[in-house]
Write a protein that binds this ligand. Structure first.
Ligand code: ZN
Length: 148
């Protein structure tokens, strides 16, 4: 059973890695942030277009391992249409999942659920966490700019 789940997770991750519909530039994005995971050589940049308090389009660019790039793709997909508080709740839930907690039932992880298989590999957790750390810092910066 566990092996079957792992198989499914691997397929979801590889599918996002190979054919992401959210990969690319996003001219006019109000939130732009990037980061690296030097341990693995992963690089990710996120671009978010906001419509008031709601996230419209999300695109990411980057290079690195399958986990880092697939997580970015899954996160981009899951963030679109969310309000900023919902986005923050999603990121908090993901951090919790990586620490072995069950996700908040109110938070829909979508394909990101596949990442619960990653937490067994501590080195890989950093690859996954890169994407939401980048988004989190980008959103923080955006909020600060708005209130200056
Ligand atoms: Zn990596």
């Amino acid at each position: 059973m566990v092996e079957q789940l792992d198989e499914l997770y691997r397929e979801v991750i590889l599918d996002h890695f190979k054919n992401s519909s959210h990969h690319g530039a996003l001219p006019g994005a109000q939130v732009n942030a990037d980061g690296t995971n030097p341990l693995c050589g992963d690089e990710v940049a996120f671009h978010l277009k906001l419509d008031g308090d709601r996230i419209g389009q999300v695109r990411f660019e980057g290079k690195g391992c399958a986990i880092s790039q697939a997580t970015s793709s899954m996160l981009a997909q899951q963030l679109e249409g969310k309000t900023l508080p919902q986005a923050r709740a999603l990121i908090e839930a993901l951090k919790g999942v990586m620490q072995g907690q069950d996700p908040d039932p109110d938070v829909d992880l979508g394909d990101l659920e596949a990442l619960s298989g990653v937490r067994k590999f501590p080195v890989r957790v950093k690859c996954a966490a890169l994407s939401w750390n980048v988004v989190e810092s980008g959103l923080k910066e955006h909020v600060q700019q708005k209130h200056v």
